[in-house]
Design a protein around this ligand. Sequence first.
Ligand code: HEM
Ligand code: HEM
Length: 190
Amino acid sequence: MTMQAETGQAPGGGGRYAMPVRFLHWVAAVLIIATIPIANIMQQEGIERSTQDLLFILHKNGGVIIFLLVVVRILWRVLTPAPPMPASMPDWQVAAAKAAHWGLYGMLLVMTISGYVRVRAGGFPVEMLDAIGVPHMVPRSDSLAETAQAIHSNARFILVALILLHVGAALQHAFKRDGVFGRIWPPLGR
Ligand code: HEM
Ligand code: HEM
């Protein structure tokens, strides 16, 4: 096996994340970007009950899948070093990108765990987990549910701000064609 295959080096310098990392990034990105409007619509007054139920089911169970994907990505990230950034990138940008990535991972954990606690402490189902008999792990408590709800509701602003920053920076790199966008794209292939 060549060094190129082992390190996943992209041609033309820099490097590319391994295929499973790229694939998980884009699956998670689509789910996360979809779940925010779903959450907002499901809480609107006056929408049909059956639509509301469906959106709640999608939001809660989709959120559990996002949690699992984030945990796998964090483990992967801790166990395998990220490919080096292009040499042309200033140190402050490298540091900012790293901080934003860990901020995203952190806020995704805050969002998914607070959502889960809000639902379980409130005595509501998480259909997918209930179907396979996963224990609730959270006591039934109205005050805990309220606290978790407040965290869930406020933390979204930080998450959305980080996503906007991240996507803005990514697009700027894509236009500059400095090799950063190619670290995470395409989702499949070498
Ligand atoms: C990254 C994952 C998640 C994101 C981005 C997200 C985002 C949101 C947003 C933006 C809201 C609206 C908040 C408001 O209007 O105050 C919301 C509400 C809600 N979310 Fe999530 N959520 C996520 C994961 C979860 C998970 C895993 C669960 C449960 C298993 C969950 C359960 C809920 C519930 C029950 C509500 C309604 C809260 C209420 O009672 O007012 N969410 N979510
Ligand atoms: C909710 C959506 C998203 C989340 C939570 C997210 C999260 C992340 C994280 C955590 C990384 C770092 C990988 C690591 O080292 O562990 C990353 C890399 C990257 N993401 Fe996203 N991402 C999202 C959406 C997007 C979108 C829509 C784009 C493009 C427009 C994008 C472009 C990139 C690029 C170019 C990289 C590689 C940058 C680098 O290695 O510094 N991401 N993303």
